[in-house]
Design a protein around this ligand. Structure first.
Ligand SMILES: [Mn+2]
Length: 317
């Protein structure tokens, strides 16, 4: 058995790409594949509960939620949407990795033998999978096309993220035709709106849902991101969220925590910051904190527009 798995804290790309790559591997097993030999059945798994957005997408296309698996010891695995050990299965060193399909920086997994390793600097793993279907002449069924399309719209924030490429847009258009989705942008906004409803969530849950730790020149820095259809969803809760950030900072010894409250429609981010050194905000983004936060037009991507410039600031502090 080959277990196909995305990263920890699965997002829609990690869930859908695991399902679709497992489907593709099984097609390759049946019909043969000119790239690699597949002798075993592939099954998708996830490392944790899917979020509300992923659940909506699976339901929409009539696909059941994959089983949860967290340990890779003794297993044959194919990784999607990551190649970093910290994001992978526990004991990934004791697993046999047979393939990696990804769109991130190259991580630190290694293999003793040559494997299929396909990584494009595009907006979504699903875009790379679309390429693999085309390249190996496998038809994409309607439900699989729907999953791939939803993953692309999710990861690229409906094509607004700085990570979006022409390849993502082309793939999405072809997939939408197969999936029978007429209005791609409208569908994308519907997908993204599922995580935008934060009304029933505690401030801590809002902050931690998509939160990553970094070591920036020896300082512990946390960067969270919440993508919202409309910033108004958190307008009345800014104080509460800020107080929670301050609490987390103190309890867990952060030098700085920034929370990106990203408005998908207005295409910008209200950046909330708690820090020992408030001047880092102006140095990094050219704008001063106005009270607890600052509006950064055009800033949508943590990995491209927030983390690298912050790292640079910390390096020169
Ligand atoms: Mn992804």
């Amino acid at each position: 058995m080959i277990y196909v798995v995305g990263h920890k804290k699965p997002d829609t790309d990690s869930v859908c790409s695991a399902i679709v790559f497992a489907y593709l591997l099984n097609e390759w097993k049946k019909a043969g594949c000119k790239i690699m030999k597949v002798d075993e059945e592939a099954v998708p798994v996830i490392q944790g509960e899917p979020n509300a957005e992923s659940k909506f997408v699976l339901e929409k296309f009539g696909i059941s939620v994959p089983e949860i698996m967290t340990d890779g010891e003794g297993k044959k695995v194919a990784l999607v949407d990551h190649s970093d050990k910290v994001q992978s299965l526990d004991n990934i060193d004791k697993a046999e990795i047979i393939a990696v399909v990804d769109h991130h920086k190259i991580g630190d997994v290694t293999t003793p033998n040559p494997i299929l390793f396909v990584n494009f600097p595009v907006g979504c793993t699903a875009t790379v999978l679309k390429f693999l279907f085309d390249k190996t002449g496998v038809a994409i069924p309607k439900d699989m096309a729907g999953l791939l399309l939803a993953a692309i719209l999710s990861d690229t924030v409906v094509f607004k993220s700085a990570t979006t490429t022409d390849m993502d847009k082309e793939a999405a258009e072809e997939l939408a035709k197969i999936a029978g989705i007429d209005d791609i942008v409208n569908f994308g906004v519907e997908v993204k709106s599922k995580l935008s409803d934060v009304s029933g969530m505690s401030a801590k849950d809002i902050i931690m849902r998509d939160f990553k730790d970094y070591n920036m020149s020896g300082k512990k820095v946390g960067v969270g991101q919440v993508e919202l259809i409309d910033l108004k969803a958190v307008e009345n809760r800014m104080e509460e969220i800020y107080n929670e950030l301050a609490k987390i900072k103190q309890e867990s010894g952060y030098h700085t925590i920034v929370l990106m409250l990203t408005d998908i429609m207005k295409e910008g981010t209200e950046l909330m910051v708690v820090t020992d050194e408030p001047k880092i905000v102006e140095i990094t983004f050219g704008k001063k904190l106005e009270g607890k936060s600052v509006w950064l037009p055009g800033v949508m991507s943590r990995k491209k527009q927030v983390v690298p410039p912050l790292e640079k600031t910390f390096a020169n502090l």
